[in-house]
Every structure is written in C-alpha cells, then in structure tokens.
Write a protein of this length. Structure first.
Length: 142
C-alpha cells in the first residue's frame, strides 16, 4: 500500500500505526516494524519556542514523500511504509512526523526509516516559522 498523509491536526502516532497495520497489512508477513516519531521541542538554538507554523506546497509535498518511499523500496526489502507529517500551527510536545516501515527483517525496516526521515528533512518541502522568546529578551517569529 505505502501511504503518505499530510495532516493539519494533532494526531496520535501510535494509534495511526495500529490503525494502518489493522487495515493494510496481512497478519504474519512482517517480522519487523521500525518507527520514528518526531515531536516539537520547546527550544531552538538556545531560545524558547512557544509555537511553530509548518507550511507546505500541497501536491508537491506528497509527491516528494512518495518519491522518498519509492527510493526506500528500491534500496531495501520493505513490505510497506507510512509517512505522516503535520502542517499548520504546532505547539511543544505535539507530533510533527511519523515514519514507519514494515519488513520481513529488522535491518531493512530500520535502514528504510532512517533513510526516509533524513531524505525528507533535506527536501525543503515543509517550511518552518517559529514563535520565539530569544535569550536577549526579543520576542517574535523567525
């Protein structure tokens, strides 16, 4: 199946994995599941961050993520992959990204997840703006 979801609401990554597995994966075919969950932290470069806005290019973002999944499928023997990314206003501790891969063996699942998150972070299809309280006392969006 391989799925790409860009969402503008809070989501529970563990529930998303459970729901996806129940709906799309045949029981017994996967020997390994590897997961990366990225959350928003409340600091950046020594400054306090109170919120973040994630903007994306609809259509382009999904296409870029799909290409990353295709590259992972060519490099590793994965059975399935799910990538969810949050857009819009996000506050600390909320989930930003979920990357999950299923494979017969752990090495393929782990390597595919590592590849996917690194490739996506350098793709530039999601832009970040942070609400920051800087160490020098300035407050603003950067």
């Amino acid at each position: 199946m391989m799925a790409v979801l860009v969402v503008d609401h809070v989501f529970n990554p563990w529930q998303a994995i459970q729901d996806y597995q129940a709906s799309f994966l045949s029981s017994g075919q996967c020997g390994a599941t590897s997961v990366f969950v990225g959350n928003m932290r409340d600091f950046n470069a020594g400054d306090t961050v109170t919120a973040m806005w994630l903007e994306h290019y609809p259509g382009m973002t999904e296409k870029q993520i799909s290409q990353i999944i295709e590259q992972a499928k060519q490099k590793w023997q994965i059975l399935d992959m799910l990538i969810m990314h949050r857009v819009g206003r996000v506050t600390p501790n909320e989930t930003l990204v979920l990357v999950a891969a299923w494979a017969s063996h752990r090495g393929d699942a782990i390597d595919a997840v590592h590849f996917a998150i690194e490739a996506f972070k350098t793709s530039g299809t999601v832009l970040e703006k942070r609400a920051v309280n800087r160490r020098d006392g300035a407050v603003g969006c950067y």
